[in-house]
Design a binder for this molecule. Structure first.
Ligand code: URA
Length: 230
């Protein structure tokens, strides 16, 4: 939200007073004096007027998990363990998953309480690639790469998938880079050739690579640098 709207939503200031506060350079966001009424204020930002804290700002949290097989990408499930069960953190109810994985898919899973950040990672419009290592039941033919690059029509969503890159690693293994993350997208793409995906592992989302030191089930907080890269 814009800082002028944030301040004029508070009962103590009207719009004229807010304009003056900004012009008189009495407002700070994250400790930095702000005079631009459009300056962005988030739930994570500390906002002060004349040094008085009007919003403390809550900590933004970002984690990278190596998702193991046999757990669901949900915050709660009546039957199965969830990825959140693997996190030993307070206030897990405020966290969400940026880009779900199927029950038996392994690899990079990002978990955060910052919705803007996770949308940047997952929205197809930002065109950040999600990179998977795929193992299939049958051989992967040369025609797959051509079809994936052209896009596949998904009748259920009535859309054609964005161009995807396929790199063959062996007769039945490949690295696939996709832009969007439709429901079971990778399995459906190989399903087009009646080729079953027997193992699926996400290696990367945009600029963030799964840390090789994380064993399945392990997680760590993202570094400031990793958070900024998204
Ligand atoms: N595509 C799939 O089919 N499954 C996943 O878990 C992720 C992408």
């Amino acid at each position: 939200m814009r800082v002028d709207r944030f301040l004029s939503n508070l009962p103590r200031f009207n719009r004229r007073q807010v304009r003056l506060l900004l012009v008189e350079r009495r407002v700070s966001v994250e400790g930095v004096t702000v005079s631009d009424p459009h300056h962005e204020v988030r739930e994570f930002s500390q906002v002060c007027v004349d040094g008085e804290v009007l919003q403390a700002g809550k900590p933004a949290r970002y984690f990278m998990l190596h998702k193991p097989q046999g757990c669901v990408s949900a915050t709660a499930d009546p039957q199965h363990p969830t990825v959140l069960d693997l996190l030993n953190e307070p206030d897990k109810g405020t966290l969400h998953i940026a880009g779900r994985l199927d029950y038996n898919t392994t690899g990079l899973m990002l978990i955060t309480n910052d919705g803007q950040w996770s949308r940047r990672l997952t929205q197809p419009t930002t065109k950040l690639p999600k990179v998977y290592r795929v193992e299939t039941a049958q051989e992967i033919g040369p025609e797959y790469a051509v079809t994936f690059k052209a896009g596949l029509y998904f009748a259920f969503e009535d859309l054609t998938t964005q161009p995807a890159e396929l790199e063959l690693l062996g007769p039945t293994t490949a690295r696939l880079s996709i832009i969007e993350g439709r429901y079971h997208q990778v399995k459906r793409m190989f399903g087009h050739f009646n080729n079953k995906v027997i193992a699926l592992h996400r290696e990367r989302m945009g600029p963030l690579q799964l840390d090789p030191s994380l064993a399945p089930g392990d997680y760590r907080a993202l570094t400031d640098d990793e958070i900024r890269q998204v």
